[in-house]
Design a protein around this ligand. Structure first.
Ligand code: NI
Length: 258
């Protein structure tokens, strides 16, 4: 079944129909969803969702655009959330020099702190990195620990860098962008990256695949992403769905959560 490794169902885009959509996912071939906190409020809402829906797990973290809300007190609260039973990762955390909402120094400081937290608690990490390839790699190398593998979510860099991440034991998150006609570089990355290192993700409500580009996204649309990955690799969509479900289960260590 489909495993959506990165979703934001806490987003206000679902306020009108969240309770209809989430039960419908399971009926339409979606087996597991990891809802990812991108702020303190997003993490709080993630914890509510995973309590309510058995097929959902969560990640606790603060996105680089939102790190202005972190201080010792709120960081201690974030750490507490990581101890909840169905929280399976720290994230999303990282660097975003595209929106550049916080200074690079502040972004780096809280990225390192969240990586150290993951190391302390032996949790995998969900990394957001936009126009910050060099600094992201430098920090990840400096904080690297075999106990805390990472996924580079919504991977947007070169095939060369992808190879380096794969060598480090990391995973690449592939979503709707791979279905876009102009995504030449990403298609190359998918072709070169071993299937065992690919996770499917929506990043919903954002990044809906073709033919729904620009619309609100949800996990059911991963069938289009699986089809695109399958076409690139010469596989069937079913084989991609099955392999990436297994990969995500391994990455998030769900076997230890039952
Ligand atoms: Ni996200």
């Amino acid at each position: 079944m489909i495993f959506d490794s990165h979703a934001h169902y806490d987003d206000h885009a679902y306020d009108g129909d969240r309770e209809e959509i989430l039960p419908a996912l399971a009926r339409d071939g979606v087996g597991t969803v990891v809802n990812v906190g991108a702020s303190l409020e997003g993490t709080r809402r993630t914890v509510e969702l995973i309590r309510k829906y058995p097929f959902m797990y969560g990640a606790a973290g603060v996105h680089p655009d939102e790190v202005g809300e972190l201080n010792e007190e709120t960081f201690a609260w974030l750490r507490e959330q990581c101890l909840q039973k169905k929280i399976v990762a720290v994230g999303e955390t990282g660097l975003d020099y595209y929106w550049d909402k916080e200074s690079h120094e502040v972004q780096k400081k809280w990225f390192v702190r969240q990586l150290k937290l993951a190391k302390e608690l032996s949790l995998p990490v969900i990394v957001h990195s936009r126009e910050a390839a060099a600094d992201t790699m430098e920090i990840l190398k400096q904080e690297y620990s075999p106990q805390t593998p990472a996924v580079i979510h919504c991977y947007s860099y070169s095939p060369e860098l992808a190879r380096e991440y794969v060598k480090m034991g990391y995973y690449l998150g592939i979503g709707g962008v791979v279905t876009f006609k102009n995504a030449k570089k990403l298609k190359e990355v998918v072709l070169e990256t071993p299937l065992e290192r690919i996770l499917l993700e929506t990043d919903c409500p954002y990044l809906a695949p073709e033919p729904y580009r620009g619309k609100r996204n949800d996990s059911r649309n991963l069938t289009y992403v699986a089809k695109a990955v399958a076409d690139i690799k010469g596989l069937t969509p079913e084989a991609v769905i099955e392999a990436t479900e297994k990969n995500a289960g391994t990455f998030y260590r769900l076997d230890r959560r039952q």
